[in-house]
Design a protein around this ligand. Structure first.
Ligand code: G3I
Length: 463
């Protein structure tokens, strides 16, 4: 982005925030709709306890309206999916996959080979290399195989680099490294690819946002990715978790540098667990300036994300400050986009402003546009980012109210509704004035209205 554009967009953002104009955007514009127009994914974690009446009603409505990607906070981890040897437990993960499918969301799978959240029975095999190899292979074959075609991307290996800043793997407190050695990483990628050749496969870690310095985690990971690519190990993406604090002002540009280094290797960089916390206990003292600062930092991450062509997913580790691992397990608080009452914070507005400041025509995507566009057979359709905007200067308009779609200016229209994965979910001919969109779950859709040669395509939310 040019410096002029940067200054003007920061100014716009600041004006918005200072005037308190939270959510001063068109009602049908969401983070999700703007991300989809840019062929990108924006996500937030999900927990199997967090829906179907187990949580405040706002949660699910916001989650599926604002996000198009989902990650299970815990339920796809080793201890959750294989609590006893060769006995698999998929119910909770299935519940989330079903929710994602119903709402046209992409699923990230987290995480296959990780030193943490390993069930006790695995540790009984400590140091037994052949046994641990077969345990890990069986786990990956089974879990990736179970969700083949449903989980788009896996964190194949999570947090395998140590915290010593000596360019080395985590060699203690890891049953996999201690028993197998570093080849567990290579094998995990090969097995995951064999189980689902179409899934994207990531290496995921924290502290990658601290920059490409000598012996830093980021530099070490880039070197490893280079080696993996040279040796034909099927890695396609790196995840930077990015659990940061409000004072970590240099981190967005460090993420930009990492994206550029990985672009050289033809690998995607995803932000996989973003939260920007304040020190725990400070919540009562936080004021507008603090939240504006938090918003500015979120905004910078979104700017980087949209400006680097090899970035695909922007995932936040939570939705509301009412439910966040920061308060329970970290010395941090208030790190998410929504406050405890589900009110969008300046952070929400800031990333919205960033999305709007980066027009779809200028944002490149690592994903094929077919992942985002509904099928299209008429004039003006094509495999281009423009396929979901009106193809004819609209001689008519369409508005949704509840389940009623009102069409003005058309004599007899054909109405087709598609989910966010482009699957047809509703169709009606000879529509005059309005049509009731029955049999469709609540959520975000694309409606296409045609009358003669005129066609209008727009996003709608069914509530
Ligand atoms: O499942 C047990 C339950 O049976 C028991 O009753 C309960 C009592 O506390 O604990 C439950 O397990 C908890 C589990 O979450 C599921 O709720 C663990 O104690 C708790 O430690 C665990 O925390 C998770 C943490 O990973 C574990 O490492 C957090 O929710 C989760 O947000 C966090 O996520 C990690 C990512 O996977 C990797 N990157 C860092 C990130 C934050 O730590």
């Amino acid at each position: 982005m040019s410096s002029t554009k940067t200054i003007s967009t920061i100014a716009f953002s600041t004006v918005l925030l200072c005037t308190g104009l939270t959510s001063a955007f068109a009602a049908d514009e969401t983070l999700r709709s703007l991300a989809e127009e840019r062929h990108r994914y924006i996500g937030a974690i999900l927990n199997s306890e967090w829906f179907y009446g187990n949580i405040e009603a706002e949660f699910e409505q916001i989650h599926k309206t604002q996000f198009n990607a989902v990650v299970a906070e815990n339920e796809m981890k080793f201890d959750a999916t294989e609590p006893n040897e060769n006995t698999f437990s998929y119910d909770k993960g299935d519940k989330m996959v079903k929710y994602a499918q119903e709402n046209g969301m992409r699923v990230r799978g987290h995480a296959l080979a990780w030193h943490s959240q390993v069930p006790g029975w695995v540790n009984n095999y400590s140091g037994q290399k052949e046994k641990l190899l077969s345990v890990l292979k069986n786990h990956i074959d089974s879990v990736v195989g179970h969700w083949k075609g449903k989980v788009a991307e896996w964190d194949v290996v999570n947090e395998a680099v140590n915290d010593e800043y000596d360019a080395g793997w985590r060699s203690s407190n890891s049953v996999w490294y201690e028993g197998i050695g570093p080849e567990f990483l290579d094998s995990a990628f090969v097995w995951a690819h064999a189980a689902d050749p179409d899934a994207e496969l990531c290496y995921n870690d924290y502290s990658l946002e601290w920059g490409l310095r000598e012996k830093s985690k980021a530099s070490f990971v880039v070197e490893q990715v280079k080696r993996w690519k040279e040796n034909g190990i099927p890695i396609t993406c790196v995840g930077t978790q990015t659990h940061i604090e409000i004072s970590h002002e240099t981190t967005p540009q460090n993420v930009r540098a990492l994206a550029k280094a990985l672009a050289e290797l033809d690998v995607t960089l995803n932000i996989t667990e973003l939260d920007i916390g304040f020190p725990k206990g400070s919540a009562d003292q936080l004021g507008a300036a603090d939240y504006a600062k938090q918003g500015h930092l979120y905004r910078q991450f979104m700017d980087v994300f949209l400006e680097e062509p090899n970035m695909g997913e922007f995932v936040i580790w939570g939705l509301t400050d009412a439910h966040s691992w920061l308060d329970d397990q970290q010395g941090k608080t208030q790190g998410l986009l929504y406050d405890k009452q589900y009110k969008p914070k300046p952070a929400y507005d800031s990333i919205m402003v960033s999305l709007k400041a980066h027009p779809a025509s200028e944002v490149k995507s690592p994903y094929p546009s077919s992942q985002f566009n509904p099928p299209c057979e008429g004039d003006g359709c094509g495999d281009s980012p423009d396929a979901v905007v009106p193809v004819t200067a609209s001689k008519f308009s369409a508005q949704i109210s509840g389940r009623a779609l009102f069409i003005a200016g058309a004599k007899s229209a054909k109405v087709d509704v598609f989910d966010m994965q482009g699957r047809p979910v509703f169709s009606a001919k000879n529509v005059k004035g309005s049509v009731e969109l029955q049999g469709i779950a609540e959520g975000l859709y694309v409606v296409r209205v045609r009358d003669g040669s005129a066609s209008l395509t727009k996003r709608i939310t069914i509530r």
